[in-house]
Design a protein around this ligand. Structure first.
Ligand SMILES: Nc1ccn([C@@H]2O[C@H](COP(=O)(O)OP(=O)(O)OP(=O)(O)O)[C@@H](O)[C@H]2O)c(=O)n1
Ligand SMILES: C[C@](O)(CO)[C@H](O)COP(=O)(O)O
Length: 287
C-alpha cells in the first residue's frame, strides 16, 4: 500500500490501493435467501414467488451461474424454503452450486455462516467473494463482472446507484427527527448488491465486528467501512432495475422489468436464429 495520494474522509485516512492483487483465484457467489420476508408476506416466502414465470431466487442464482467469471455458488436458505430451493437448483441444472446451507436470524448472521462454511472448506484468503441478496433477481451481468474486475484493484467493492434525491442525515430530538447534515448529492449513493470482497478482508471485518454488542448491519459493506476504516470500498455501477423486492408493492415493478428482459431475450434469440439460418443458406450456396 502506498500513502502518496491517500484521501482523508471522516477523520480516517483511506489508503489508495497500489498492491498487486492476485487475479487467478476462485470467484464465489454467496446468494442470501434465508430471510423471512416479514415486510412482504411472512406466509408467502418472497424468494419463491414467481416473477416473469420464474422464481425470484432462481433468477438470482442463474445470474451467477451464467457468468463465466464465477466459479462457485453457495446458496443460503432457511428451513422453510430449503427443500424447494434445492429442488429448483437441481431441476434447473445449476451446475456451479456447491452447497445449500442454512443461515441465521439476521442477514449478517447468514453472511457469517456462509463465510465460516467457506473457511471450513479451505478457500484461500485471496478468493473473491460476491455476496448477493436473492431478492434482487435482475442483477446485471455488467455489475457482477464489474465487482470481479474491481477486486483486482481494491479489496472491497459494492454495487450502488447514484442518489437522484438529496439525502438527509438525521438525529432524534424528542419524538421528532431533525436533520443533522446534508451530504453533497454527488457523494450519495444507494447501496445494492452484489457486495464483493477478497475473502480475508471480509473475514477480518466480521471478526472485528463480533466484539461489538451493537452490531446489526443491514449490509456487508458497512462491516468493512466501520471495522476496517482504512480499507477503501470501491463503487461499481448498479441500476434501478437491480430492484430489491421488499414489499408486495414491488411485484408489479418486478413483473415489468422481467417482461422487458424476456422481450429482450426473445429478440436476441430471434437474431441468433436468423444468423443460423443465413449461415445455413450460405453453406447451401457454396455446395
Ligand atoms: N436472516 C436473513 C435475513 C435476510 N437474508 C437475505 O438477505 C436479503 C435481503 O433481505 P431483506 O430484503 O430484508 O429480506 P428479509 O429479511 O426476508 O425481509 P424482512 O426484513 O422484511 O423480513 C434477502 O435475499 C434475504 O433472503 C438472509 O439471507 N438471512
Ligand atoms: C444489502 C442491501 O440490499 C443493500 O441495499 C440492504 O441493506 C438490505 O437491507 P434489508 O434491511 O435487509 O432490507
Amino acid at each position: 500500500m502506498c500513502e502518496k495520494s491517500d484521501v482523508s474522509q471522516n477523520d480516517v485516512t483511506v489508503q489508495q490501493p497500489s498492491e498487486q492483487l492476485p487475479t487467478d483465484v476462485p470467484v464465489v457467489a454467496v446468494v442470501l435467501a434465508a430471510g423471512f420476508g416479514t415486510r412482504f408476506d411472512p406466509d408467502n416466502p418472497k424468494q419463491l414467488v414467481s416473477v416473469g414465470g420464474k422464481e425470484i431466487v432462481l433468477w438470482s442464482i442463474e445470474a451467477f451461474e451464467h457468468n463465466p467469471l464465477v466459479s462457485d455458488i453457495v446458496v443460503v436458505v432457511n428451513p422453510r424454503v430449503h427443500e424447494q430451493v434445492e429442488n429448483l437448483i437441481i431441476s434447473n441444472g445449476m451446475s456451479k452450486v456447491r452447497m445449500v446451507i442454512e443461515g441465521g436470524a439476521e442477514r449478517s448472521d447468514s453472511t457469517q455462516i456462509a463465510l465460516q462454511t467457506l473457511a471450513d472448506a479451505g478457500i484461500p484468503g485471496d478468493a473473491k467473494v460476491l455476496i448477493h441478496d436473492a431478492v434482487r433477481p435482475f442483477v446485471e451481468q455488467s455489475a457482477i463482472r464489474g465487482c470481479i474486475e474491481t477486486l483486482n484493484q481494491f479489496r472491497a467493492a459494492t454495487v450502488a446507484v447514484p442518489s437522484t434525491d438529496t439525502v438527509l442525515l438525521t438525529q432524534d430530538l424528542g419524538d421528532r427527527k431533525i436533520i443533522s447534515s446534508v451530504p453533497e448529492r454527488p457523494d450519495t449513493f444507494r447501496a445494492q448488491t452484489p457486495q464483493a470482497f477478497r475473502f480475508s478482508t471480509i473475514r477480518e471485518a466480521y471478526a472485528k465486528a463480533m466484539g461489538d454488542p451493537d452490531f446489526h448491519p443491514t449490509d456487508d459493506t458497512r462491516v468493512v467501512v466501520d471495522y476496517l476504516p482504512g480499507t477503501p470500498v470501491a463503487i461499481v455501477a448498479g441500476a434501478d432495475t437491480n430492484l430489491k423486492i421488499t414489499t408486495l408493492a414491488d411485484i408489479p415493478v418486478a413483473e415489468s422489468i422481467a417482461s422487458n428482459l424476456t422481450q429482450g431475450m426473445s429478440k436476441e434469440e430471434a437474431r441468433a436464429r436468423m444468423h443460423a439460418m443465413l449461415s445455413g443458406a450460405l453453406d447451401q450456396m457454396r455446395r
